[in-house]
Design a protein. Structure first.
Length: 259
């Protein structure tokens, strides 16, 4: 069966110099979509598409005719994405050998009912939450990695996740994978270079915090105490829901003068 998302990923990997084969499903068994080979290294790839956020669509369609409202969309961890990640982990583990690399590739369309995919996938994989701090007399919002339950920690068979939104891509590495060090120097990581995100190597121009110890992640108080001890130069105030607003204006067709 033709799969445009799988074909798009195949074409992109081939453009990056990989030899790519489509993996056929046998007896309806769930398997990854592709196997990509470069420099004698095998990498299995499972492709997941995000074409609609049902919750966002429902909120947008609830705006009354003839009015303008701001629809808020959460950019925090999503259970629907966790379900996709869990399924991908099983599919990747179904056919791979211990030394094979395993990549989950999320593709999101640029459409009215999809927004913030990069943030939502990142929050789900890495347990990212936003925290309000005061530093040098200024209040700022910053990302905090592993402040929530991270799917990368749960699904260690995934070495990394590619997030593609309307063309641009970013590859997020899973430091909990048993192949983490090897994957970080794999052909795909070498090719992408600065488009690779590694929690262990934070960029200087976009600082974030990391909760990398044993702490009750259901307790904001415990998390804030951990952060205050680890980063004594900053004052940690509270965690915030990460949301973005979309302005929706609807037209009331009943007042348009039509027949």
């Amino acid at each position: 069966m033709r799969d445009p998302d799988r074909e798009a990923v195949q074409a992109r990997l081939e453009a990056l110099g990989f030899t790519v084969e489509v993996i056929s499903e046998e007896d309806e068994a769930k398997r990854p979509d592709l196997v990509a080979i470069k420099e004698g290294v095998r990498m299995f790839v499972e492709v997941k598409a995000r074409v609609e956020d049902s919750a966002l669509r429902a909120n947008m369609e609830s705006v009354r005719a003839g009015s303008t409202e701001i629809v808020l969309n959460s950019l925090d961890k999503r259970n629907s994405l966790s379900s996709d990640i869990k399924q991908a982990c099983r599919q990747l583990a179904a056919v791979t050998e211990p030394d094979d690399f395993r990549l989950l590739w999320f593709r999101a369309v640029d459409g009215p009912f999809v927004y913030g995919t990069r943030d939502q996938v990142g929050a789900t994989l890495l347990g990212i939450r936003m925290v309000l701090i005061e530093s040098a007399g200024r209040k700022l919002e910053r990302a905090c990695v592993y402040a929530g339950h991270a799917d990368f920690h749960r699904f260690r068979d995934i070495d990394g996740t590619m997030i593609e939104v309307g063309g641009p891509i970013i590859l997020v590495l899973n430091q909990f994978s048993p192949r983490a060090a090897a994957f970080a120097s794999s052909p795909i990581c070498k090719i992408l270079g600065s488009a690779v995100f590694d929690v262990t190597k934070p960029p200087q121009n976009d600082p974030f915090y990391v909760v990398d110890g044993e702490v009750d992640r259901k307790s904001d108080d415990a998390l804030l105490r951990f952060l205050r001890d680890k980063y004594p130069d900053d004052e940690f105030i509270s965690f915030l829901e990460h949301r973005a607003g979309t302005v929706i204006t609807t037209i009331d067709a009943r007042s348009s003068g039509g027949v």
